[in-house]
Ligand binder design. Structure first.
Ligand SMILES: [Zn+2]
Length: 394
């Protein structure tokens, strides 16, 4: 039964180049789409709610660390990745306070207000378990249980702790076990993770080319990351050895779905070895500006043919948890991209990356993607402006 009819100056469906003037979206009582009437210009259907702006599907945030929400406004910017880890280490104590639990809830509420409907969230602890249960009906979570372990001798125990943590989240959401990055996981632990993901057909996610020092540590055990880890007496010898981190991952992956996160220093050559059908490039541009004051070469990433999706990362490296803010930054730095293209990264591609495209990502019959209104849209140039705002409509 039709519960609501929604319309606006334009309806963007989430697919590239697909937008309709004054289209109407019909929703049932569960906010599932009954139909989209694309050319509804001259019709006047009863009970239609008309909004000034554009309607877009709910945003998919493929990469965050909600656990770090307590570090909002506590981290220094532009310290580089090695400096970021040093700060994180020094400030971890701030994450086990009651204030941090509040920050966690506020972070999820902020995502919700900003029109985010699904989140790929990195999990290192059970800290987010209770609050995610609370928001279970309103936000879809895919929990990436992330493993870090330098010493090969600890690989089994680290992996088993990961399995146990994943089982806690598995009761009410999807989860998978993933490596943090090539420079923080022993080759032995990689074997366990890759075998598990291949057998369970679970989605992999890995931080990839976030710093130029990643390749240095993997090829030569040199660079700033190596310096920081050596100082802490980590076992660098058990890490993979490879010319580049990209080479190592692409050779190890079979056919599981993979999200490469950041790609700040990745070029077309780095991406050639990855399968275009199931490798996704997650861009977190505002986090890259925060940590490294660098931006990914999105034009080159796009040219690689691998689908792009978007993430906010966390309050430890971002001032907001807003996919619209990520879109604004991307369109500011790469004005050559069409808005409907970038929107598809934030909606359809993100949904595909998290395997939820049957319900999310586009305005199509039978889906329940959520409906966002973008106000202050620049209709003349057909793109978001600095003043654009997002409001959740359904
Ligand atoms: Zn991250």
């Amino acid at each position: 039964m039709i519960k609501r009819r929604l319309s606006a100056n334009y309806v963007y469906t989430g697919k590239v180049n697909e937008f309709f003037r004054n289209a109407i979206i019909e929703l049932d009582e569960n906010n599932r789409i009954i139909q989209v009437l694309p050319n509804a210009d001259n019709r006047e259907l009863a009970f239609t709610e008309f909004y000034n702006g554009i309607l877009v599907p709910g945003f998919i945030n493929v990469h965050s660390h909600l656990e770090l929400s307590g570090l909002k406004n506590k981290m220094e910017k532009n310290t580089g990745l090695a400096g970021f880890f040093e700060q994180l280490n020094a400030k971890r104590a701030a994450l086990i306070t009651d204030a941090s639990k509040n920050a966690l809830q506020m972070a999820i509420e902020e995502m919700w207000r900003n029109g985010i409907v699904a989140v790929g969230d990195i999990v290192n602890t059970p800290d987010t378990l209770d609050v995610k249960k609370k928001f279970y009906a309103q936000l879809y979570f895919h929990n990436f249980v992330e493993l870090i372990g330098f010493a090969a001798s600890h690989a089994d125990s680290v992996f088993n702790i990961g399995l146990e943590l994943a089982s806690k989240f598995a009761h009410f959401s999807n989860s998978s076990i993933v490596p943090h990055a090539v420079y923080s996981v022993s080759e032995a632990l990689f074997e366990l993770i890759f075998r598990h993901s291949s057998l369970s057909e679970s989605i992999l996610s890995i931080h990839h080319q976030e710093s130029i020092h990643e390749n240095l540590i993997i090829a030569q055990r040199a660079g700033l990351l190596a310096k920081v880890f050596n100082h802490r007496k980590y076992h660098l010898n058990d890490l993979p050895l490879s010319d580049t981190v990209s080479d190592f991952i692409s050779h190890k992956i079979s056919n599981q779905k993979l999200i490469l996160v950041h790609n700040t220093f990745a070029g077309v050559c780095d991406l050639q070895g990855f399968n275009k059908q199931n490798t996704f490039l997650a861009i977190c541009i505002n986090s890259n500006l925060f940590i490294e004051n660098e931006i990914p070469l999105i034009d080159q990433l796009y040219a690689s043919g691998l689908p792009i999706c978007l993430g906010t990362d966390s309050f430890a490296s971002n001032d907001s948890l807003s996919i619209l803010d990520e879109i604004k930054s991307i369109m500011y730095h790469f004005p050559e991209f069409d808005f409907s293209e970038v929107l598809s990264w934030a909606t359809l591609n993100g949904a595909k990356a998290l395997n939820i495209q049957n319900d999310y990502g586009t305005f199509e019959k039978g889906k329940k993607p959520g409906v966002n209104l973008i106000q202050n849209f620049d209709f003349k140039r057909k793109r978001v402006s600095n003043d654009s705002l997002v409001k959740r409509i359904a």
